[in-house]
Design a protein around this ligand. Sequence first.
Ligand code: GLC
Length: 634
Amino acid sequence: MDTGALVRDAESAETLRYWQVEEKENELVFVYELAERDIVYGLGEQVRGINKRGGRYVSYNTDNPHHTDDMPSLYGSHNLLLIDGDGCVGTFFDTPAKAIFEVDYHGSGKIVVRCDKNVKVVEMDGANAYAVTREFLSLIGRSFIPPLWAFGFGQSRWGYKRQKDIDAVADGYRNADIPLDWICLDIDYMDRYIDFTVNKKRFPDLKEYAESMRSRGLRLVPIIDAGVKVEPGNETYEEGVKRGYFCTNHEGGLFKAAVWPGMTHFPDFFQPKCREWFGNEYRKLTDMGIEGFWNDMNEPAIFYSEYTGVLNALTPSPSTESEKETNAYKDYRNFYHNIDGKRVLHDKVHNLFGALMTRAASEQLDKMLPGRFLLFSRSSYVGAHRYGGIWTGDNASAWDHLVRNVKMMPSLNMVGFLYSGADTGGFGGNCGRELMLRWLAFSAFTPLMRNHSAILTRKQECYRYSGTDDFRSIVSLRYKLLPYIYSEYVKAALHGDMYIKPLGFEYADERSRNIEDQLLVGDSIMIAPIIEKGAKDRVVWLPEEMTEVRYDGNGFECEQIPKGLRRIQVGLNEVVFYIRKGRCVPVCKGGPCTAKTDMRDVVLLGDGEEYRQYIDDGFTKDVREENIITVKKA
Ligand code: GLC
């Protein structure tokens, strides 16, 4: 069966070297004995920090905003484990169906993986977790590379309805002199949430509007949802029905489920022709000058269906753990795909749905646009990183969500999702000033840096808070660091490398191996963000001598610091980061947007002598090694 899977062309071992396998009636059970010192990395978009020991995780893509440590599933499935002790064993469980991972659960000292028999297992080994991760990254293919403007700051909110709301955001940022490159259009830009339509009352001439925004250095990035509204007259619906491109129900009719527009059909992204057709629909917006999209509700999220009914949707919280794994678990056993002419139950291939939506969009956008585009998705599977980025879904304005964001980033990089980030400031709930500033100070280092929030929450655009100088300081640091962020990202993509790594991937000492609140960003920087409410200082571990860089909105102050523990004070207007021994970080003057940021005019910080900088026009598809130049200290 060709599920259109994204990595299944990989070679797999005939017999497993590191795992005991037991065949049960409906599943395979894999067991691995852990040593005490082993750290278990992996699983991408999951809760509970960098080291996965002690938890139970379920790969079954889920639309669920409760990102607590006992939530077994989030929006993506990334079935990679890296067991790092004396050497490292990596294993990838490639299955589009549900997979359960118990990692030293209840202190069992074992990893137990249970999954569908439709699995391909790829074992890898190497000297350490970093080496094995790079082997895995080389197997799954090169990361998506968005245009330069996508590395600028983005502002979003569910609730911007019409042109004047977007104008207010553009003016708010430009008047406060806080840099901004893009603004998201959430579902209200559409005509009654119908994909590929524009509400003409709210945006009378989107083409002209997108053009006028662009002249201010701002791109518009509309949302596209997976479900297509069932409504005669909706072109996408009519075409999809005519060509047999929608998922079917038990009786062979079309499956109907309610999402934002009311009743919808789901495109059957497993059919190559359907992908081509759906991807081509994006042309309706690219024809209006749009160069970026976010794909949403593609687990797929289901509010209720004609099978499970409204009552299911109104049931507040599922009572058993297995039900908790997804709010639409019953529906996923109620519809079918047409895969190579065979009817396949959605549940069996569930985890690929969102990834294939991203693939559908990406493959066609690549054909229709002359340059690179921005695309990021909520749901994903390993391999989708070749087609777009991801954001980490509906988090909340709470300190523990910032902590989770910090700890999740390296895991996302292990499975290829370099272009990723969280809703800065939190999606649900009300974001206070201190949390927003600390969160921005972390997001300044993540490739996707977007402030996004839910309708009815406190408005959280940076210019709404008092003391905008502090916000300008932090966001402008991002723009000063762009030559570094952009270069490190592109080099990581070109070289099959990670952009954000745990400390333990580069430093073998036990303290570094176990630190979860400091990260390596690119090859030169170490960050130690403040992620605790009220904290004015924190302890930082320096595994070697480094240059401490402090930025406070005025300039960079640098100081050589010896190896060891150190307590640092960090004001709300400040960012402190570290440059590794013998390395450099290029910084430029920054600007109000990427188009006005001179990436060539750089100064090198750090005690190294030179830096390998990637430079291009910011959108060429021809991203190559030859565009990397050596910049030397003056
Ligand atoms: C989903 C998305 C969120 C978006 C909302 C409305 O909850 O995750 O980002 O704002 O839908 O479209």
